[in-house]
Design a protein around this ligand. Structure first.
Ligand SMILES: Nc1ncnc2c1ncn2[C@@H]1O[C@H](COP(=O)(O)OP(=O)(O)O)[C@@H](O)[C@H]1O
Ligand SMILES: [Mg+2]
Length: 258
């Protein structure tokens, strides 16, 4: 393979360990996250998927007993460097959580909040444009354009999750991390989020944690299988599901545990 056929790496982790007090939750994980591909993290409950995902935008900093070791870079820049502005980092590497968590504010204000604190759209007309574009990209604009000043919490669960995606998009991120974003949603709302992930691919590097293997197969091009804090196997999604190299991966995807 020549160099230019390799996908561009957006984030790299090298020998990452995470501890919660004495609990060793992540054990020497190294992975490259591509710019162009959707990466899925799969594995049984408690294996460290959320913990590792949170290392990618330093959300573990908010857990006092959590300690992270190893190197993680974003475009080659060490995100754990003391020079890194963590607020800025979390705008560049946005996050969408398991339970939709809109602010108890209007739909408009949910999306405008980030750009406002980052000073991205000082003029009202600019802000209107950012809000519209973010809601469009999140596939929500048509459903809410006539009620932008209604509360975000009055939306359906699936709409709330797309609002949270719009909120992440509004600050012009480079990477979007999603931690089981569909686990609280019905099948129709889930299908909409999956379709949205396809549309967002390429514009943002996307990492999605899912315990649903069919979902990983549908939405991702790269899959990482975690087990007991280790990254057991990482590769092209179709290979992981049809031709895994590791016995533990095979046992998991064939449903022998999990
Ligand atoms: N805030 C926390 N404090 C202490 N231990 C935690 C915390 N979050 C996760 N853990 C532990 O870290 C391990 C990995 O958990 P987690 O990353 O949530 O796994 P997953 O997302 O794969 O279900 C588990 O043993 C879990 O109990
Ligand atoms: Mg989790």
């Amino acid at each position: 393979m020549t160099d230019n056929s390799l996908p561009a790496t957006k984030m790299s982790a090298r020998d990452v360990h995470v501890y919660y007090g004495a609990t060793h939750a992540i054990k020497g994980v190294s992975i490259d996250v591509d710019q162009e591909n959707v990466t899925a993290f799969i594995g049984p409950s408690g294996c460290g998927k959320s913990t590792f995902l949170r290392t990618l935008n330093r959300m573990n900093d908010t857990i006092p007993i959590a300690r992270v070791e190893g190197d993680i870079t974003l475009d080659g820049e060490n995100i754990y460097s003391p020079a890194m502005d963590v607020v800025q980092l979390r705008a560049r590497v946005g996050m969408v959580f398991q339970k939709p968590n809109p602010f108890p504010k209007s739909i408009y204000e949910n999306v405008a909040y980030g750009p406002r604190i980052h000073g991205l759209a000082p003029v009202k007309s600019d802000m209107d444009r950012v809000v519209e574009q973010s809601l469009r990209r999140a596939g929500l604009w048509e459903e809410v354009k006539d009620r932008l000043h209604d509360s975000g919490t009055a939306l359906s669960g699936g709409q709330q999750q797309r609002l949270c995606i719009a909120r992440a998009i509004a600050v012009d991120p480079e990477v979007i991390l999603m931690d089981e974003p569909c686990s609280a949603l019905d099948p129709i709302a889930t299908a909409k989020i999956e379709e949205l992930i396809h549309e967002l691919r390429g514009r943002y590097a996307i990492v999605i944690v899912t315990h649903n293997m069919q979902q990983a197969a549908r939405v991702s091009q790269r899959t990482a299988f975690f087990h007991l804090g280790h990254l057991v196997e990482y590769g092209v999604t179709s290979d992981i599901f049809t031709n895994p190299r590791q016995e533990r991966t095979k046992d998991y995807i064939t449903g022998r545990y999990g």
